[in-house]
Design a protein around this ligand. Structure first.
Ligand code: 3HC
Length: 310
């Protein structure tokens, strides 16, 4: 049965078709998808924190309403992705424990502080922009539940990116202080957003297998390149600059040459030693404890309902 399963799996991957939850799959495929999808979900949930801090400080009701809608979307993205991860056999509370215990990763970018209102613009434009560049190819991931979740996520992310761009555009066209605040936010989020795409291809242990299984469609460096090509144009419309004097397009190689990124910092951030890792996890644990009564009530209600039916 295993040999037949493997042959069927190989045929589906060779045809660039979809693997569904009930299909036979190699344990490594199940494992790497559980790893990636759950960490993607953790990123969405932790990613709510930097922006949530600014909902009560938004400069207008319009901005507050938009930011609330965005943070609510991120929670929904997390729920889709935990549901997709669960179809691979690991229950959600186990995935959650992996996050709360510090064993699971989540996107490096959320371990940086959001210091000013302009950061809401830089996060929307750069972080959600990078997330879109990474998530559009994931709509075609070979694992059905993941690819389908990405279609809905990408639609909502484009609103997130646009509202961030608009915040920066307004500030850049405002007073000198506002323009300076916008430039400062771009300066602080540029490098960390480039590092969201993962380590350089030569230092990416999962890429090769993920690409062979049609999970990852482009390498980390390819997507980083694509993203740089996008923001180089968009930053001109903002009338701001990217903090990268070395940034240039190399005609010969057809590549954007950007400054060397700080991969030591990246390794520190993804191993729990970034600027905000401790507070992000402490906040998540506190929120999890505060929400215990909701889980208990829901479980009690479900048990009651089950008794009625029994
Ligand atoms: N943050 C944290 N960890 C990262 C990372 C990052 N930016 N980039 C890479 N890593 C980790 C990997 O998880 C892996 O560790 P692991 O084996 O323990 O999981 C290690 O570094 C080596 O990296 P690889 O390149 O070998 O790993 P992958 O092939 O998994 O590629 C990835 C990394 C590109 C992030 C890929 O996992 C991916 O595409 N994940 C889904 C996208 C995602 O997580 N996006 C989050 C963006 S934030 C977001 O979506 C919220 C938005 O609404 C703002």
């Amino acid at each position: 049965a295993e040999r037949a399963g493997q042959a069927h799996f190989d045929e589906i991957i060779a045809k660039d078709s979809r693997i569904e939850p009930r299909d036979w799959m190699p344990e490594g495929y199940r494992k790497t998808l559980t790893r990636q999808i759950s960490q993607h979900a953790h990123s969405e949930i932790i990613g709510m924190q930097p922006e949530a801090n600014w909902i009560t400080r938004a400069p207008s009701l319009k901005r507050k309403a938009i930011l609330m809608a965005k943070v609510q979307d991120e929670a929904g993205h997390g729920l889709y992705l935990y549901s997709a991860a669960e179809t691979l056999g690991t229950p959600r509370d186990e995935l959650n424990d992996q996050l709360l215990s510090g064993r699971a990763k989540y996107s490096s970018i959320f371990n940086y502080p959001a210091r000013t209102w302009a950061d809401m613009g830089a996060i929307g434009w750069l972080v959600d922009g990078a997330a879109i560049a990474n998530q559009v190819p994931l709509c075609r991931a070979s694992y059905g539940p993941y690819g389908r979740a990405m279609v809905r996520v990408c639609k909502e992310e484009s609103f997130h990116q646009r509202q961030g761009f608009e915040i920066l555009l307004e500030l850049a066209n405002g007073s000198d202080q506002q323009k300076q605040m916008a430039q400062d936010a771009v300066d602080r989020f540029y490098e960390p957003s480039l590092m969201m795409f993962g380590p350089p291809d030569g230092d990416s242990p999962n890429s090769q297998q993920s690409m062979a299984w049609n999970i990852k469609r482009f390498t980390n460096d390819d997507l980083r390149q694509r993203f740089v090509g996008m923001i180089v144009e968009q930053v001109k419309v903002l009338g701001l600059t990217l903090p990268d004097p070395e940034l240039r397009f190399d005609e010969e190689s057809g590549q954007w040459i950007h400054k060397e990124l700080n991969w030591d910092e990246f390794k520190a951030v993804i191993s729990g030693n970034g600027p905000c890792n401790v507070q992000r996890l402490a906040r998540r644990r506190e929120a999890h404890e505060n929400g215990a009564w909701v889980r208990e009530a829901a479980a009690a209600y479900a048990a009651q309902q089950a008794e009625k039916v029994a």
